[in-house]
Design a protein. Structure first.
Length: 508
């Protein structure tokens, strides 16, 4: 569940329920789309994917393609469970909407009044930040994804460390996407409801919407579950699923195409599903109204057929596609990209869930092709175009890997004894990074989380080789650089983890 990757048209539980109206077995995928999706599955070497399409409050299709796990015959179908990661944010916003409808919460309630245990370093933000700011990513505070991705911190510890987030952009002037602050939003709504966030979403949204197979913060235990995959050392293979419970309100819902079709119908039908009003008209309008403009370029808008300016509402990005108003979001669980989009004026919705990182932009490409088919425009090979760009990008990554490998191949001896580097390095936000001597080599551990081996590079810099194969593959170029004081003593450690720069000071 990292920051959503760019897609062709975008910038970026189990209970018994009575039979609900509109839930008859959906028709098969329209033949032209069926052929296109099947070809894309083969072209991209995708193990499996699922697609949901709704139109005019009817389920057109909720189907699967391929297999749940490479090397096993079990097929993906409309009931196969996927991790939808950041699509969870639309549920968190909707959970808040239910409480607003009941008068238990207001969109502009301040965090300090509703969740006083969470504080912010900037005095003005600490005094003024509201639920609205959190749900629309407009606080301007740094994302700090490494805080949950590389450490072992639980939710309470992450919430405690919010006080150390730095200002990245002026308050309420820019969208800075934040999984951590969506977690704050979820905990705020839970406090207002007097329950846990998971119970709020489960009992006030999932169950009323008849989403029978959807779970919240509980990894599905049945057999019909998609396995995440990634290309590791040039070979696509199953990988371990990453547990995002520590930031659950931003990324911890598991569902299938059948249930996603119901979620899309709810969004397209003004908060009503099968005759039951779950969310009020006023709250639906609020969630689907831009709260902050997203910066773009003319080139980006031309490439993605955007005629106007994108914005972010509550749990939805809001823009247009070929001039047609569109709301969308993507998710990016480890090895499992997902995407959903609705065109409200056409009463059209689509969701795509894929079980490999080997096709990082295919979800948006397939959504584009599906939307085009209903818009009646000349077909564009979105999948083919995205695949060409993906292969071109892989060439660049391959060159980077070769360069890093060449540097790693130069095995030289450190300028100082390795024991000089041993110690605990810390920062208020990140906590401690532990450097230890094991046999004749250095190791590193981020808090009590990710571990790695260190190999000398040059000038107090070390290559970082992560133990986890996913980290090792996607953060292959990580370098830990130590800093010295005027007396030559090692006193600092800096390290880039994706978009986060960790600057740490050695404990005495």
């Amino acid at each position: 569940m990292k920051i959503p990757r760019v897609a062709p048209i975008a910038v970026m539980i189990c209970c018994l329920f009575p039979a609900a109206a509109g839930t008859a077995p959906p028709a098969a995928m329209p033949p032209e789309l069926d052929r296109y999706i099947s070809k894309a599955l083969s072209d991209w070497s995708v193990p499996g994917l699922a697609v949901a399409i709704v139109k005019d409050d009817q389920v057109v299709a909720a189907v699967g393609y391929g297999v749940r796990e490479l090397g096993k015959p079990d097929p993906v179908d409309g009931e196969t469970i996927f991790d939808i990661a950041s699509l969870t944010k639309s549920f968190t916003a909707a959970g808040a909407a239910v409480l607003v409808d009941e008068g238990k919460l207001r969109w502009d309630d301040r965090v300090r009044d509703r969740l006083p245990r969470v504080t912010f370093a900037d005095a003005y933000i600490d005094h003024e930040v509201t639920l609205r700011d959190l749900l629309s990513h407009r606080t301007g505070l740094q994302p700090a994804n490494a805080l949950f991705y590389f450490t072992s911190y639980d939710r309470d510890e992450i919430l405690r460390r919010v006080q150390f987030l730095k200002v990245q952009a002026p308050f309420r002037t820019a969208m800075v996407y934040s999984n951590i602050l969506y977690t704050v939003a979820g905990e705020l709504t839970a406090a207002a409801a007097g329950t846990s966030w998971a119970d709020l979403i489960r009992h006030r949204l999932i169950e009323p919407a008849g989403m029978r197979s959807t779970t919240v913060e509980t990894r599905p235990s049945g057999s019909n579950v998609a396995r995440p995959h990634a290309v590791i050392d040039g070979v696509q293979r199953p990988i371990r699923p990453f547990d995002f419970t520590m930031v659950g309100p931003s990324s911890s819902i598991y569902t299938n195409a059948r249930d996603m079709a119901r979620w899309l119908r709810l969004q397209l039908n003004d908060g009503t599903l099968d005759g039951r009003q779950i969310i009020s008209h006023a709250s639906m309008v609020e969630m689907q109204t831009p709260q902050i403009i997203i910066g773009t370029t003319p080139e980006m808008r031309r490439a993605r057929l955007v005629e106007h300016f994108p914005g972010y509402g509550f749990g939805w990005q809001i823009m247009d596609y070929r001039g047609e108003p569109m709301l969308w979001h993507s998710g990016n669980a480890d090895g499992m990209p997902s995407y959903m989009a609705i065109l409200p004026r056409l009463k059209l919705g689509v969701a795509v869930m894929i079980n490999t990182w080997g096709a990082p932009t295919l979800h948006g490409a397939l959504a584009s092709r599906i939307l085009d088919s209903y818009l009646g425009v000349p077909p564009v090979d979105w999948s083919g175009d995205a695949l060409a760009r993906h292969k071109s990008g892989l060439q660049g990554v391959s060159e980077q890997r070769k360069a890093v490998a060449a540097l790693r191949a130069v095995r030289s001896k450190a300028d100082r004894p390795l024991t000089d580097y041993v110690g605990d390095y810390e920062a208020a936000l990140w906590g401690a990074v532990h450097v230890r001597l094991q046999a004749d080599d250095l190791t590193l551990q981020v808090a009590d989380g990710a571990v790695a081996d260190l190999s000398y590079r040059s000038h107090d810099a070390f290559h970082v080789t992560w133990s986890d194969p996913v980290f090792r593959e996607y953060f292959f170029g990580t370098v830990a650089t130590f800093g010295v004081d005027d007396d030559g003593g090692v006193v600092r450690l800096s390290m880039a983890l994706n978009r986060d720069i960790l600057e740490l000071t050695r404990r005495p």
